[in-house]
Design a protein around this ligand. Structure first.
Ligand code: C2E
Ligand code: CA
Ligand code: CA
Length: 710
C-alpha cells in the first residue's frame, strides 16, 4: 500500500447500501464522476470486498442488515491501522450522536439522506483526491523513514535558548536508547557520546553557537556499558538577528564505513602476518617521532633487529614454522615495549605503533622520549633476553637469537633516512661480532656494510681463483691418546685480506647459495687428501667434513659424495659427514633415505653443534647416526656453569642410551677434559689438544703415531 498511486489510474468506489435504489443512483453519480463502481448490500459483503482490494472511496450506509456501517468502519480501522482511507457515511439520522460516532469510528465525511446526488459527485471526487494526496504523502514519508533507517540517519534539533534537545526515533535506534526519548537537553545528548570524545563534541557545539557556522564531525558513541559505534554528526544553524537560535542536524551511524576504512588502513599500514606496523607505517611514525623530538628537544632511538639463523629455520622446518616463529617474536617484542616505553600519539590522539616488521625477519623499534643512549641499551638488552628464550614451535622447542643495531637522533642522523641506514649498518656490525648482541652506530660502520657487499662478490670468484684451503683439527681419544679422526675446516686465503675466518664467510656463502659449491670443493679436497696420504704409504685417518643444511635441501649430498669417492677412489669408511640438528627436521623422510644410503655406503654420520638446535632427542632414534658432537658453548663453561654441566651430562647419557659415540668440541682446559672424562666422554676436540692444522702438519702427526705404534 506504500506504492505511489498514479493519478491517471482510474479510481475505484464501493457503494454499500441495502436499498437497490440508492445503489443505482450512487453508481450513476459516481460513474459520471469517473469512478469504477462496485456494490455491496450488507456489511459482511462490504468487508469481504474491502479485504480483497481496498477501494479509493467507500460510500457506506449506517443502517445495514446484520453488521452495521459503524462496525464496517471499525473493521476498516483495524485492518488499515494508520494508512489513510476515504469513507463517506450515509445517514438518515440527522442527529449529533450519529455524526459524532461516524467520526469516532474513522469516517472521513458524511452525507445525510435524502442525498443531493449532484453535490455528492463533486464531494466524492474531492475526497478521493484528498485521500490520494494523503496516501502519497504517507508513502513518501514511509519511504523517507525507511531510507533513513537503512542509512541509519536520524535527525535532531537543539533549541539554544531554552536548551531543549529533540531526538528523532531513528536517533533513539542508533544510540540504542532504552524506552523512547524524544526530548532532553544538550547534556542528555552529550551523555550518549563516548566519554573520551565528549568534551570535543561539546566544544564543537559551543563554537557553532558562537560563530554560527555549520559543522560536520565524526565521533564515537557509547552503546550499553562497553560497546561503541561511530557516528557522523552534521549541524546547520538557524539564526535570528545574527544569533543562532536553533541547531538542526543529523546523526548518521557510520560504523560499517569506519570498520572498512580501518580494514583498508590496516591492510595499508600493518603487516598481515604479525599485526605489527609495516614499512609504510614505520616510515611515518619515525618521521613523526623525529618531528616531535625536534619540537621538544628530545632524542629518538631507532633499533634495527634481524633474527640470527632465521633463514636456516625457515629452510629446515618450513615456511609455516617460520611464520609461526615470526609471530611469536613479534609478540615478544610488543611485550618488551609495553613496559612503559614509547608509544606516541599524533594530534588526533591516534596511536603510532613503535614496533614494525619491515619484511622477512627484519624488525624495527622506534623509541621516543629517551633521556640517554643507556635507555636504548636497556631496551635492547631486554629484547635480546626475551628473544633468546626457547620458542615452542609445532610441539618442538626452538631457539633463535637476534642481532640489534641502534642509531640515535639527532646524534647519528638528521633525518629518517640516515637513521635507518645507520641502524642497519650497526645491526650488521652486531652480526659480524658473532650475533646475539646489540651495537650502537658509529661512523666507521658504514664502511663495514659496504665491505660486506664487496666480500660477497669476491667470494663468488674465490673458487675459480683457488683461494680456499683446508685445515684439519685432530679428534683425540683421551683414554688411548690416539688421533681417531680430523675435522676438515675450510679457510679462505684472500689475496689482500689474508685468511678470512669461516665464521665470517660461511654465513655469507649460505645466504648467497655459494655454500654448496664450497662444500663440494671441501669434500673433494678432503677425499683427495686421504688418497694422497694413502699413496704416500701413511695409514690415513678418517676426515669429517661439514655439510650445510642447504646441501640437503638441494638433494646434492649423494651425488657430491659419490663423485668425491669416485674421483679419489678411497674407502668410504674414511669419510665422515657432520650435519646439524636442523637438517634432520626438514623433509625428515627424504633425509632419512639419504642418510640410510650414505650409511649403507659405509660413511660415518655425526651431529654437529649438538644441543643448540632443537630439543628433538627422541627424534634422533629414527636416523642412522654414529656420533653426537657436544657444542663448544656448553663445553666452554662446563666447569663453571651448572646448567651447562647438566646439559653435557644429559647429552652423554643420551648418546649412551642411543648407542652413539659422543665427542666434546672446543675443549680448552684440563678441568674440562677431566669433567668430560669422568662423565664418560673420552673423545675430544679442541685447542687443549691441537688447533686446526695444515695437511702437512697432520701428515707429520700421522707419521709419528705410525712410528710410535710400529
Ligand atoms: P664447527 O663445525 O663447530 O667447527 C669447529 C669450530 O670450532 C672451528 O672454527 C674450530 O676452529 C673451532 N675450535 C676448535 N677447537 C676450539 C677450541 O678449543 N676453542 C675455540 N674457541 N674454538 C675451537 P672455524 O674453523 O672458525 O669454523 C667455524 C664454523 O664454520 C664451523 O663450526 C662450521 O660450522 C663452519 N665451517 C667450517 N668449515 C666448513 C665447511 O667446509 N663447510 C661448511 N658448511 N661449514 C664449515
Ligand atoms: Ca663441525
Ligand atoms: Ca661444531
Amino acid at each position: 500500500m506504500d506504492a505511489p498511486l498514479d493519478s491517471a489510474v482510474v479510481q475505484r468506489a464501493l457503494v454499500v447500501d441495502d436499498e437497490p435504489m440508492v445503489r443505482m443512483l450512487a453508481r450513476a453519480t459516481l460513474e459520471k464522476a469517473g469512478f469504477v463502481v462496485e456494490e455491496a448490500q450488507t456489511g459482511d459483503q462490504a468487508i469481504s470486498l474491502i479485504e480483497q482490494s481496498m477501494p479509493d472511496l467507500i460510500l457506506l450506509d449506517v443502517l445495514l442488515p446484520g453488521v452495521d456501517g459503524f462496525s464496517v468502519c471499525q473493521h476498516l480501522n483495524r485492518l488499515l491501522g494508520d494508512q489513510p482511507y476515504a469513507v463517506v457515511m450515509m445517514t438518515g439520522l440527522d442527529d449529533h450522536d450519529s455524526i459524532q460516532k461516524a467520526y469516532e469510528v474513522g469516517a472521513t465525511d458524511f452525507v445525510i439522506k435524502p442525498i443531493n446526488w449532484q453535490v455528492l459527485g463533486y464531494r466524492a471526487k474531492y475526497i478521493a483526491r484528498a485521500n490520494q494526496a494523503v496516501k502519497d504523502l504517507h508513502s513518501s514519508e514511509a519511504r523517507l523513514k525507511y531510507a533513513q533507517q537503512v542509512a541509519r540517519l536520524g535527525s535532531w534539533e537543539w533549541l539554544v535558548d531554552n536548551d531543549v534537545f529533540i531526538f528523532s526515533e531513528i536517533i533513539n535506534q542508533i544510540f540504542e536508547i532504552e524506552g523512547l526519548q524524544l526530548r532532553g537537553s544538550l547534556q542528555s545528548f552529550l551523555d550518549l557520546v563516548h566519554p573520551s570524545d565528549r568534551e570535543y563534541v561539546r566544544s564543537v557545539f559551543e563554537e557553532t553557537v558562537r560563530n554560527g557556522a555549520p559543522f560536520g564531525i565524526d565521533t564515537r558513541i557509547l552503546i550499553g556499558s562497553c560497546g561503541e559505534r561511530f557516528v557522523h554528526i552534521e549541524a546547520g544553524v538557524v539564526t535570528e538577528k545574527g544569533n543562532p537560535r536553533r541547531l538542526s542536524g543529523t546523526v548518521q551511524d557510520i560504523t560499517e564505513r569506519k570498520v572498512s576504512e580501518n580494514q583498508i588502513r590496516s591492510l595499508a599500514y600493518y603487516d598481515i602476518l604479525t599485526g605489527l606496523a609495516n614499512r609504510l607505517q614505520f616510515n611515518e611514525s619515525l618521521e613523526a617521532a623525529i618531528a616531535a623530538a625536534v619540537a621538544a628537544g628530545r632524542k629518538v632511538a631507532l633499533i634495527f633487529l634481524d633474527l640470527d639463523r632465521f633463514k636456516f629455520i625457515n629452510d629446515t622446518l618450513g615456511h609455516d614454522a617460520g611464520d609461526l616463529l615470526l609471530k611469536q617474536v613479534a609478540t615478544r617484542l610488543k611485550h618488551c615495549l609495553r613496559k612503559g616505553d614509547c608509544v606516541t600519539r599524533d594530534p588526533l590522539g591516534e596511536r603510532y605503533d613503535t614496533v614494525s616488521r619491515l619484511g622477512g625477519d627484519e624488525f624495527t623499534i622506534v623509541l621516543e622520549n629517551i633521556a640517554s643512549d643507556q635507555d636504548a641499551a636497556k631496551v635492547a638488552r631486554r629484547i635480546i633476553e626475551d628473544v633468546e628464550k626457547p620458542i615452542e614451535l609445532m610441539g618442538r622447542e626452538v631457539f633463535v637469537t637476534a642481532s640489534l643495531g641502534i642509531s640515535l637522533f639527532p646524534d647519528d642522523g638528521a633525518n629518517a633516512l640516515s637513521l635507518i641506514k645507520n641502524a642497519d649498518s650497526a645491526m650488521y656490525h652486531a652480526k659480524a661480532l658473532g650475533a646475539n648482541n646489540f651495537q650502537f652506530y658509529s661512523s666507521s660502520m658504514n664502511d663495514s656494510a659496504v665491505e660486506r657487499l664487496a666480500m660477497e662478490g669476491e667470494l663468488r670468484k674465490a673458487l675459480e681463483r683457488n683461494e680456499f684451503l683446508l685445515c684439519y683439527q685432530p679428534q683425540i681419544d683421551t683414554v688411548s691418546g690416539a688421533m681417531v679422526a680430523v675435522e676438515a675446516l675450510v679457510r679462505w686465503q684472500h689475496p689482500e685480506r689474508g685468511v678470512v675466518s669461516p665464521g665470517v664467510f660461511i654465513p655469507l656463502a649460505e645466504e648467497s647459495g655459494l655454500i654448496t659449491a664450497i662444500d663440494n670443493w671441501v669434500m673433494t679436497t678432503a677425499c683427495r687428501q686421504i688418497r694422497s696420504w694413502q699413496d704416500a704409504g701413511i695409514s690415513p685417518v678418517r676426515v669429517a667434513v661439514n655439510l650445510s643444511g642447504r646441501d640437503f635441501m638441494q638433494n646434492k649430498v649423494l651425488s657430491m659424495v659419490n663423485e668425491a669417492l669416485e674421483v679419489s677412489g678411497i674407502d668410504p669408511g674414511y669419510l665422515e659427514l657432520e650435519i646439524t640438528e636442523g637438517v634432520l627436521m626438514k623433509k625428515a623422510d627424504e633425509t632419512i633415505q639419504t642418510l640410510n644410503a650414505l650409511k649403507a655406503m659405509g660413511l660415518k654420520l655425526s651431529i654437529d653443534d649438538f644441543g643448540t638446535g632443537y630439543s628433538s632427542l627422541s627424534y634422533l632414534q629414527r636416523f642412522p647416526l654414529d656420533m653426537l658432537k657436544i657444542d663448544r658453548s656448553f663445553v666452554s663453561d662446563v666447569t663453571s656453569n651448572g646448567n651447562s654441566a647438566a646439559i653435557v651430562t644429559a647429552i652423554i647419557a643420551l648418546a649412551f642410551s642411543l648407542s652413539l659415540d659422543v665427542l666434546a668440541e672446543g675443549v680448552e682446559t684440563a678441568e674440562q677434559q677431566s669433567f668430560l672424562q669422568s662423565h664418560g666422554c673420552s673423545r675430544m676436540q679442541g685447542y687443549l689438544f691441537s688447533t686446526p692444522q695444515t695437511a702437512e702438519a697432520i701428515e707429520g702427526m700421522l707419521k709419528n703415531a705410525g712410528a710410535g705404534r710400529g
